[in-house]
Ligand binder design. Structure first.
Ligand code: SAM
Length: 474
């Protein structure tokens, strides 16, 4: 047995009947930022909450602002994103599997390990604050264990831990890059398959996917130009979308920007903007007045489509299955020529004959992992099969609702081949639809490969990994 193993701290007995909150006479001081981060990690684990929804609510409720809010955000998102990597390090430091430990202790350890490995927070502060947190949340009896575990973690930096724990890059590049960029292996494999590469490009894609994304705004066509929006917000006109603005990091809460408050602009990834714009760019012969967005909630693309429809004299029907999301569409598209329908897109009851249809199908979201910190660890490979069935059914329903010669644009926020080429290839074959070269409808965008589909990537385009295919109904 090597020295490393001999010095592993022992874990507290899980079955020991220790009362919670037993502890010192004076309650330990836990700083508000770390307490919020801990509470969010716990909500994500216990009730499948979304970190990016819970965190802002808690910050508001507890009136945490400024540097404390920034620290809470960094710790919450960072520890969520890096969970698999942190767990591997913690496992290596413990003498029993992490799954046997009290989950509250594991939440605290993840926060502590994140601070030690991926921030510049001094070791004494990272360890001390985590011990305080564990004492306050679980009880004094775990402090020795937490302290010993984190001291062990702090013996190496992230690079040294990775050298010890990550697979060999030459023998297992997917496993190595997955671990080094805190991705589950199956997600890394799906990126490799979509890129057709398990070398430098896969590494670049996973690294880009492990960084915090820039905020993009969309200027509502006919209301404000991208140049004006950039000037007002201090951002830069986006490189590809004619309506996009990219904000500098640390620009504050984009919801506070005046054009956003006045609904002249909204937050929307540039890749999503490009897909919505592509719907309107496909040449049509004949009528061009009835547009349909078949999976429209919460309404980001519907709002852009609605504004463009308004300028060209068309109208949009927006379908959404979830009533609360349908209400969000109504809010996002107020004043635009859009009618919202709460219905299942597979049997919407709408009258066929649409000229342009968008199917922005429910998907694994593997293309937007940067924005949903915990999603990469929550999603499972088995989820994809259920989704592809639904995606295929929605695409068939969309083609049924389209007039001959009309077009259907199929979009998913995922590069997973089963959800992209797999679904489109099969349905196009079955319905004898013509697959158009979608690259033509993304005219300013470089590095789009050989077509006919478009796959955007964070490392190539600075956008989410959106996929877009365009079919013409025979
Ligand atoms: C990827 S999201 C759409 C995002 C939206 N287009 C936007 O840009 O804001 C997919 C949406 O489809 C909805 N959905 C799921 N199953 C559906 C179905 N069978 N029919 C219609 N909508 C469905 C989901 O509730 C979700 O709001």
């Amino acid at each position: 047995m090597n020295e490393h193993r001999q010095r592993r701290p022992s874990r507290p007995q899980r079955d020991r009947p220790a009362p919670r909150k037993e502890g010192p006479r004076r309650p330990p001081q836990v700083d508000p930022a770390r307490q919020v981060a801990f509470d969010v990690l716990r909500a994500v684990r216990e009730r499948d909450a979304y970190a990016n929804l819970v965190l802002p609510d808690l910050l508001r409720e507890r009136r945490i602002t400024g540097r404390d809010a920034a620290l809470a955000t960094e710790l919450t998102y960072g520890a969520s994103r890096a969970q698999g990597l942190l767990d591997a390090v913690l496992e290596a430091c413990a003498d029993r599997p992490l799954s046997k430990a009290d989950p509250l202790v594991v939440d605290a350890l993840r926060l502590g390990a994140y601070q030690l490995l991926r921030t510049r927070i001094p070791e004494h502060a990272a360890v001390g604050s985590t011990v305080d947190l564990a004492r306050a949340e679980v009880g004094s009896y775990v402090t020795g264990f937490v302290n010993a575990m984190l001291r062990k973690v702090s013996e190496k930096d992230e690079a040294a831990w990775l050298d010890e724990l990550a697979p060999d890059e030459a023998a297992d590049p997917i496993g190595a890059y997955a671990m080094r960029t805190a991705h589950p292996r199956w997600v890394a494999r799906s990126f490799a398959e979509a890129l057709g590469d398990k070398g430098a490009e896969l590494k670049a894609a996973l690294e880009a996917d492990d960084t915090r994304p820039e905020v993009h705004l969309v200027a509502r066509p006919g209301e404000i130009s991208a140049d004006e929006l950039a000037a007002v917000t201090g951002g830069d006109p986006a490189p590809y979308s004619p309506y996009g603005v990219r904000l500098p990091s640390g620009a504050g809460d984009p919801a506070d920007a005046e054009p956003v408050r006045e609904r002249l602009a909204a937050v929307q990834d540039e890749g999503s903007q490009l897909c919505a714009v592509a719907v309107t760019k496909v040449p049509l012969t004949g009528s061009d007045e009835r547009w349909l967005d078949l999976c429209a909630g919460p309404g980001g693309k519907a709002a852009l489509l609605g504004a463009l429809a308004g300028l060209s004299g068309a109208r949009v029907d927006a379908v959404e299955k979830a009533p609360h999301r349908a209400r969000l569409i109504e809010k996002a598209t107020e004043g635009l020529p859009i009618t919202v329908h709460v219905a299942d897109g597979r049997e919407s009851g709408l009258e066929p004959g649409y000229d342009r249809v968008l199917v922005d199908a429910p998907c694994s979201g593997l293309g937007a992992l940067r924005r949903r910190p915990e999603a990469r660890w929550r999603r499972q490979p088995g989820d994809v099969a259920d989704l592809t069935k639904l995606q295929g059914e929605l695409l068939v329903a969309a083609l049924d609702l389209t007039r001959p010669g009309g077009i259907v644009t199929y979009v998913v926020c995922s590069p997973h081949l089963a959800e992209t080429e797999g679904v489109v290839g099969e349905i196009a074959r079955r319905t004898k639809s013509e697959v158009l070269d979608a690259r033509e409808f993304f005219p300013e965008v470089p590095q789009l490969g050989n077509g006919p589909y478009v796959q955007l990537w964070p490392h190539r385009h600075g956008t989410d990994a959106m996929f877009c295919a365009v079919l013409r109904k025979p």
